[in-house]
Design a protein around this ligand. Structure first.
Ligand code: BES
Ligand code: ZN
Length: 409
């Protein structure tokens, strides 16, 4: 079926010389920036002009061209691998697009809403909790995580750091004053596990606030050492979450449940988060908000300047971020875009859950050393800047998790 489709596409795109070899190609379905697909003359099988994404089935060569182009325009991979996507296999591209358009419509509805009643009431307990955020702790967590040779999901020992982190979190949680559950989640798309800590809610435990980031790392450079320290991408976001947990576990039990995730296999196509978000949707779980922390260490647009990604996120959550910033942080929030599903928030957004992705800078000004052996702590690493992201998580954990606010549509 796929091959037949490809043969058709190849004839249509005039690359008939390759048709003979089609059977040998390992094609894969992907989601990519519509502009990139068009610029590269890659046949788009379905598209949504509104969200500017297109679906294509590509050969390794096409994939390489997308990656090369992505690099020249400052993106990383520039595409999302949809192989193994159950919804795609069972319902096809058009259905996926309809779903995507529905989610966008939901967001647009909110944007057209006549008023936004988002102002946070300043709470002394939250102010005190924010002062507990320790830059030294963040530094030592990032130092520790980036000292593994890599945290890649394809490493022969893909769970070394996961096992060690679980032990460390268990030790830390020994001081918790509220109930918690810690678990490792196994996946079918990767041998790497996701680490989860759940703080069950006291009043409305079925309402869930997800605080997550990917724990894995990757080295995509040619030659040289294959080390993947991933200090910024994403020991930093992972560290922010550890620090937020350390603070929240000694606060009064939240009314809603808070679930921390350190995802597996993000760098290989959002693998861990995609499985989890799909399962949550299948079980009809009520995820009220999803925070994604991925790269928080390099203040490329200036100290305390935070990029807020507007694609694959919820405009309600973005307004919430601006409101919490006014009340508690006094950082500068700048709207920007990845242009593709660049991190695990896209997995949740794809299932219709409201997501937020505050980022270290604007996309263009982000760290150029990611996915290389040079993604280490440097003199430019800024833990005061990074601390802002722990604070965002703490406010979600103390304000949103104790309120009944939710996305209005
Ligand atoms: N942290 C990056 C995403 C990122 C990079 C956001 C630069 C903003 C600026 C993430 O870990 C990543 O590398 N994502 C992949 C996509 C994924 C679907 C494989 C990418 O960007 O190529
Ligand atoms: Zn990455």
């Amino acid at each position: 079926m796929k091959i037949a489709m490809m043969a058709l596409l190849f004839v249509a795109s005039g690359a008939s010389a390759h048709v003979a070899a089609l059977g040998e190609f390992q094609t894969k379905p992907i989601l990519a920036d519509l502009k990139d697909l068009r610029a590269l003359n890659i046949p788009v099988m379905a598209k949504d002009e509104g969200v500017e994404v297109g679906y294509a089935v590509v050969t390794p060569l096409m994939l390489q061209r997308i990656q090369e182009r992505a690099h020249t325009v400052g993106k990383c991979g520039g595409f999302e691998d949809l192989s193994g996507d159950v919804m795609l296999q069972s319902h096809g591209f058009d259905h996926m697009l309809t779903e995507l358009a529905k989610i966008k419509e939901q967001n647009d509805l909110y944007e057209r809403a006549p008023f936004k009643a988002l102002a946070l009431e300043k709470n002394a307990g939250i102010v005190a909790a924010l002062s507990e955020v320790s830059e030294n702790n963040l530094r030592s967590y990032v130092q520790w995580l980036s000292s593994f040779p890599n945290r890649n999901n394809k490493d022969p020992q893909p769970n070394r750091h996961v096992t060690e982190m679980k032990m460390r979190l268990e030790a830390m949680l020994g001081n918790a004053t509220i109930p918690y559950e810690i678990s490792e989640i196994t996946h079918s798309s990767t041998k790497q596990n996701t680490l989860k800590v759940r703080l069950p809610g006291s009043a409305r435990p079925n309402e869930i606030i997800v605080l997550g980031g990917h724990l894995d790392s990757i080295n995509q450079s040619w030659g040289g050492t294959k080390a993947a320290p991933g200090a910024d991408d994403n020991a930093s976001g992972s560290a922010n979450l550890i620090e937020a947990l350390r603070i929240l576990m000694e606060k009064p039990q939240p009314q809603r449940s808070i679930e921390f995730f350190w995802y597996a296999g993000e760098e290989s196509g959002l693998l861990g988060s995609a499985e989890i978000a799909k399962q949550y949707k299948a079980e009809n779980k009520d995820v009220v908000a999803v925070l994604q922390l991925d790269m928080t260490l390099l203040p490329g647009s200036g100290e305390l300047v935070v990029g807020s990604m507007t694609d694959f996120t919820s405009s309600w959550m973005r307004d919430y971020l601006k409101a919490l910033n006014e009340t508690y942080l006094n950082a500068k929030i700048v709207d920007d875009k990845c242009g593709y599903g660049c991190s695990d928030h896209a997995s949740w957004n794809r299932q219709g859950y409201p997501a937020l992705m505050p980022f270290e800078a604007t996309f263009k000004a982000s760290n150029k050393n990611i996915h290389t052996a040079n993604d280490v702590i440097t003199p430019e690493s800024n833990f005061k800047h990074s601390a802002v992201f722990t604070k965002i998580a703490v406010v979600l954990g103390m304000d949103l998790a104790n309120s009944s606010a939710r996305q209005p549509y």
